[in-house]
Design a protein around this ligand. Structure first.
Ligand code: AMP
Ligand code: GLY
Length: 419
């Protein structure tokens, strides 16, 4: 089977790598891909958002299945386009991926179906939002409605911070049209867990849990990033919590989407805050997380291709999904200055030091391959994943491996996965 994966980050490298291990996959393509992906798949420099370009490439190469892995093409309706043309495709439709692409939609859905989440108000007018801020206590979370590369949520601890957040999103349009509307919500206190799940619209099968580290610097300091590292499983997600989440969040969400006429098929991402009142949804995403995919997929025992088929054909209830009883840790090596300003184009050295190391895999994110050398080409550059019998051994292996890699101004957090 010929498979095309759409996207070009660490998550896509993890997906392409997992698919490369399937006996059922004969050839892999990726648009646009990156330096590391180009070692195991044919890459073409077509933007994930170029729907017609990707369609043309898929048909020219006679691909049998397209896996839409990143958020922008999902929100633009890439899945609908392939379905209309009769090409098998994995991912939610445009109507379903609104769960991620509009926070106003997802918050209203949770309210309507009694799914636990932070209390909130929505605004399409900066003046009204500021007036509201003056009337409530801090802290709050101020969020742009639309997609913002994981950076559209601002935690405001003072009234001035909140007003500045509203102005930068709505007046200065820091996130463009994504900031036409905003959500202002209650600040939740607790510990975060990510649960990704496969769903065919009816059945929902959670994967092993994980935890991302979104802030740029150690001790959760600095700005929110796309994610600086992840562990799987989470240290705090017990079987009891999993049961509560299944009946109060996971199933109700899938059922709610069906009732709304927005059947959700693909991977759904539940970002949860475990509060003293129980688990609450921070947000949904309509895809694998990045870097969560880089810790969850290495633990998947079942052939990913079999799961993809079961989701597309809506018979997920018929298959058993198995996991290795291990742990995984991923440490992201970022360009100095990320998530704000950073320089690209540095040579990455030392990768050969960990090539072939047992239980260690380097997922490329922002890299290019030129004349056999890997060059930095983005904010998040690499994700070094290691697996082990427990989290501490996975973390130790991931850290000893990342120390062998170098590029100018390379930055990584030293406290990923700490208790
Ligand atoms: P989001 O873009 O909604 O995933 O938010 C990014 C990060 O901001 C989350 O991972 C949380 O750490 C934090 N966050 C978002 N919403 C809230 C909230 N209501 N209360 C506390 N922290 C939040
Ligand atoms: N790591 C967060 C995300 O993928 O949205």
């Amino acid at each position: 089977m010929k498979v095309l994966v759409v996207g070009g980050g660490g998550r896509e490298h993890a997906i392409v790598h997992k698919l490369s291990l399937s006996d059922r996959v004969s050839e892999l393509f990726c648009t646009p891909g990156n330096g590391g992906i180009s070692d195991i798949a044919t890459c073409a420099p077509i933007k994930a958002t170029d729907l017609t370009g990707v369609y043309k490439y898929a048909t020219e190469n006679k691909v049998d299945m397209v896996f839409v892995a990143s958020d922008d093409p999902l929100a633009l309706g890439m899945v609908d386009m392939f379905e209309k043309e009769g090409i098998r495709v994995f991912g939610p439709s445009k109507e379903a991926s609104i769960l991620e692409s509009s926070k106003v939609f997802s918050k209203n859905l949770m309210k309507k179906y009694n799914i636990p989440t932070a209390s909130y108000e929505t605004f399409d007018n900066a003046g009204k939002a500021i007036e509201y801020i003056r009337s409530i206590d801090m802290p709050v979370a101020v969020k742009a409605d639309g997609l913002a590369l994981g950076k559209g949520a601002i935690m405001a601890h003072t009234h001035d911070d909140a007003v500045n957040a509203i102005r930068s999103i709505m007046d200065d349009r820091q996130f463009g049209d994504s900031g036409n509307r905003i959500v202002i919500e209650e600040y939740l206190v607790g510990r975060e867990v990510t649960v990704l799940a496969f769903t065919d619209g009816r059945t929902v099968v959670p994967m092993v849990s994980s935890q991302d580290h979104k802030r740029a610097y150690d001790n959760d300091e600095g700005l929110n990033t796309g994610g600086m590292g992840a562990i799987s499983p989470s240290r705090i997600y017990t079987k009891e919590l999993a049961d509560i989440c299944m009946h109060s969040i996971f199933r109700p969400t899938i059922e709610a989407m069906m009732k709304e006429g927005r059947k959700f098929k693909g991977v759904i991402y539940f970002e949860l805050m475990i509060t003293k009142d129980g688990p609450k949804v921070i947000e949904y995403n309509a895809r694998f997380g990045d870097p969560e995919a880089q810790v969850v997929l290495p633990l998947l025992k079942t052939d990913l291709m079999d799961i993809i088929d079961a989701v597309i054909d809506e018979r997920l209830d018929e298959i058993e999904i198995e996991w290795h009883d291990k742990a995984a840790a991923c440490i992201v090596a970022a360009s100095g200055g990320y998530p704000v300003d950073y320089i690209k184009g540095y040579e990455i050295e030392g990768l050969q030091n960990i090539e072939g190391a047992e239980d260690v895999f380097v997922y490329h994110a922002g890299t290019l391959k030129e004349n056999g050398r890997y060059i930095t080409n983005g904010g998040r550059v690499l994700g070094v994943t290691a697996t082990g019998d427990d989290l501490d051994s996975a973390l130790a292996k991931a850290y000893s491996s990342i120390e062998k890699i170098r590029f100018t101004d390379m930055h990584y957090r030293r406290d990923i996965g700490k208790k």
